[in-house]
Write a protein that binds this ligand. Structure first.
Ligand code: G3P
Ligand code: CA
Length: 247
């Protein structure tokens, strides 16, 4: 298990190694593993037939050969679409994975940051908890969302599940945020451009992890490492791993 007590930040592969493989596909997660990530970040929605699927957008149009809203398509329908060819012909044949499929290919020591995008208040919270309990993987998952009401719901239905506040605001005192939001938060997920070192240190000192997104340049990665963040969400986990090995 990776731990916050490590001095170096966790390498969190954004949508898999999304800079070098089609985002949110098994190929992108496999590449991230090969590049030495500690965790995946991925996005989830609820399909028409009530399964948790891994895709960023509310529609399949941008990242597959299909068209339509994720919430209006069954998994069987989505599986007919190619989710890799848009990125590069060598990835043709990739499919939209279910969350269960991603968990199945993920070693237990690799954590998964599940970002809930769709299905909020429509049962995704309960289905996620049900899935993690069935797979016995509650401990290796942490959930984030811009929609803090779903984090409050998760706090209620499974208090042991770690949740994180995702936001794009300029906040001076990060340590105060969980209380203000009414969320029992394990982590904060701010946009990296608005981070300040003192605030990061204060949050981490109080036991709140700070996972900024999405940092792809080496200079910015180095700045985040210096600030003492708990993990760095990046499209290039291999590049970040190399940089950390030089520390
Ligand atoms: O979880 C951090 C980041 O992924 C949030 O933005 O649009 O890439 O899901 P987005
Ligand atoms: Ca995301």
């Amino acid at each position: 298990m990776c731990s916050l007590s490590k001095d170096l930040p966790l390498v969190i592969a954004h949508r898999g190694a999304a800079g070098e493989a089609p985002e949110n596909t098994l190929a992108a997660f496999q590449l991230a593993l090969e590049q030495g990530c500690d965790a995946f970040e991925l996005d989830v929605h609820l399909s028409k037939d009530g399964q948790i699927v891994v895709i960023h957008d509310y529609s399949v149009d941008r990242t597959t050969t299909g068209q339509g809203a994720v919430s209006e398509l069954t998994v069987e329908e989505m599986k007919q679409y190619d989710a890799g060819a848009w990125f590069h012909p060598s990835y043709a044949g990739e499919r939209i994975p279910t969350l269960e499929e991603v968990i199945a290919m993920t070693p237990e020591h690799i954590h998964i940051n599940v970002e809930i995008k769709g299905g909020i208040g429509q049962g995704i919270e309960e289905k996620l908890v049900e899935l993690l309990r069935r797979l016995n993987r509650t401990a290796s998952i942490f959930v984030s969302s811009f929609h803090w009401n779903c984090l409050r719901t998760l706090n209620q239905i499974e208090p042991s599940l770690r949740v994180g506040l995702l936001y794009d605001l300029s906040l001076k005192d990060y340590a105060l945020l969980p209380k203000a939001a009414g969320v029992n938060a394990y982590s904060l997920h701010p946009h990296f451009g608005k981070l300040e070192a003192e605030a990061v240190k204060a949050a981490v000192a109080q036991g709140v992890a700070v996972f900024p997104w999405t940092i792809n340049g080496e200079a910015d990665m180095a700045r985040m490492i210096d600030m003492g963040v708990s993990g760095i969400i990046t499209d290039y986990p291999g590049k970040l791993r190399q940089l950390l090995e030089q520390q």
